[in-house]
Ligand binder design. Structure first.
Ligand SMILES: [Zn+2]
Length: 504
């Protein structure tokens, strides 16, 4: 009976989920006790013991009526996922939602493991390269595709390869079961979704797709920036033309070569008012709502408008009414490290703040700078931390593609830190920043104190701004927690939330 073939099968299938679960739960305790934030370890242990655990947990949840939504994008997926989770929870659903950063296969497994049997819906932020790896197991009810920008090329290869893998991901899912909510303003995504629709039609299936986008020419950018990643038609190679572009290559595009054109967004922001760093007002057309929704987002930046519109498109498709989602979004806090403003006590009762701004690719950096400049805040005390860890992207050459000059002009000087501080210093020198204005401080903690000192000395309100890559942000956040300025982040970002949840 026990032929070698059988033994092989048993090994591959691993131990039953019921046995693997307690071991993985123990791993979670160990990972917390040792202060390792992120939460990937229990999922990693679970998947090594029971490789099919993800599919099993998804199937069992589905049998109880639990839905799964996967949210992926190069930029903004953390914010978009948090907004969607917030709106669904406000509508009375028991929402399972993964911790910031735990968006790989192991992190998603951890989240589902911790949720156990509970949850009406799993809203899972999913890394772009991970989406094709988890979607076949999870069999999501909805996929939200936000954008594809150049990011960490050394890890992913070309953008087009990623788009091809997303295309294959959709092709491998049953077309009648999955709703695709997607950014129509991104030509790479629109093209692959259009193909999904065509393929389903050939099989006699009407695919459910919900395009979202922007429709306010007043906030468009003048021409495509240097960092625009997708300038050519995927179908025929002809350069795309834009009536308007809003963020990077996201815009109202058309191809003069083959006639492919941006699908009309079904959910669209028709009026956007950027109110400095404090807030953004927008009007969003949503099908089924008697009139356009009027929203106030407590976070800045046009790219966050995309996050909000994408999250609204997903939430309204899942049945959340405007009357519920508007107040839920108004209460949304900035996601971890995204315009997160942290109060910093100073000497003699003075108080300042440090605002953390995650940057990881040219488009993201451009948008952060554009938002800072447009808001007119005093950027005299600004820090840039450039690391080249795996999570940052080993290749830091993207800083040469970003339009950093407007910040240099206004800042006059910058505290420069991180493993690749010298490279950013060089970029600053080429960008016209006076070499005397490049204040090198290799130690991240000292650099932070230095920029806060600068804020106290040279600005009216003591506000400092820190533009940091991912691993630098984790370190900075740990320093902030150690100083008691803010709690360690897993402590205030629960993986699961209930209505009027325990958040904040
Ligand atoms: Zn074309």
């Amino acid at each position: 009976m026990a032929s070698p073939a059988h033994t092989g099968t048993a090994r591959r299938l691993g131990v039953p989920l019921a046995l693997a679960r307690p071991v993985a739960a123990a791993a979670r305790l160990v990972s917390r006790a040792t202060g390792r934030e992120g939460g990937a370890l229990p999922g990693k242990v679970l998947l090594s013991l029971a490789p099919s655990a993800l599919a099993t947990m998804a199937r069992r949840g589905r049998a109880r009526g639990r839905r799964i939504v996967l949210v992926s994008a190069t930029n903004g997926k953390t914010t978009m996922t948090a907004m969607l989770a917030e709106m669904l929870a406000a509508d009375g659903l028991d929402v399972v939602h993964n911790v910031t950063g735990a968006n790989l296969r192991s992190g998603i497994a951890t989240t589902m493991l911790q949720a156990g049997r509970r949850g009406d819906v799993c809203v899972l932020e999913t890394d772009e390269a991970t989406l094709p790896l988890v979607a076949p197991d999870l069999r999501p009810d909805m996929i939200v595709l936000g954008n594809l920008f150049r990011d960490q090329l050394d890890r992913f290869g070309e953008l087009e390869v990623l788009a091809d893998r997303w295309r294959d991901t959709l092709a491998a899912l049953p077309g009648e079961d999955v709703t695709v909510v997607y950014n129509a303003d991104d030509p790479l995504i629109a093209e692959l979704v259009e193909e999904h629709v065509t393929r389903c039609a050939a099989d006699g299936i009407v695919a459910t797709v919900v395009p979202f986008g922007l429709d306010d020419p007043d906030v468009a950018q003048e021409g495509l920036p240097h960092a625009a990643d997708s300038r050519f038609c995927r179908r025929c190679g002809h350069p795309l033309e834009y009536a308007h572009s809003w963020v990077g290559h996201l815009g109202a595009w058309t191809c003069p070569g083959c006639g492919m054109t941006r699908p009309e967004p079904v959910v669209a922001a028709t009026s956007v008012e950027l109110d400095g760093l404090a807030a953004t007002r927008l009007q969003v057309e949503v099908p089924g709502e008697p009139e356009a929704l009027q929203l106030r987002l407590p976070i800045p930046g046009l790219y966050n408008v995309y996050n909000a519109v994408g999250a609204i498109a997903a939430a309204s498709t899942l049945g959340v009414p405007g009357a519920v989602l508007v107040p839920a979004l108004a209460a949304a806090a900035p996601a971890f490290g995204r315009f997160e403003r942290i109060p910093v006590p100073g000497p003699n009762g003075t108080n300042g703040t440090i605002t953390l701004l995650l940057v990881k690719n040219p488009t993201g950096l451009n948008e952060v700078i554009r938002t800072l400049v447009a808001s007119g805040v005093d950027v005299t005390a600004t820090l840039f931390a450039l690391n080249d860890g795996i999570a940052d992207g080993r290749d830091t050459s993207w800083i040469w593609d970003a339009d950093v000059e407007p910040l240099f002009e206004r800042a006059g000087a910058m505290v420069v830190t991180g493993e690749r501080a010298a490279e950013f210093g060089l970029r600053a020198a080429y960008g016209g920043l006076d070499p005397e204005g490049v204040l090198y401080e290799p130690d991240l903690e000292q650099a932070m104190y230095r920029v806060l000192e600068r804020a106290r000395e040279f600005t009216e309100h003591g506000h400092a701004y820190a533009l940091v890559t991912y691993t630098a942000m984790l370190k900075m956040r740990a320093i902030i927690a150690a100083q008691g300025w803010a709690r360690s982040y897993w402590a205030n970002e629960p993986t699961t939330r209930r209505r009027r949840g325990s958040r904040r």
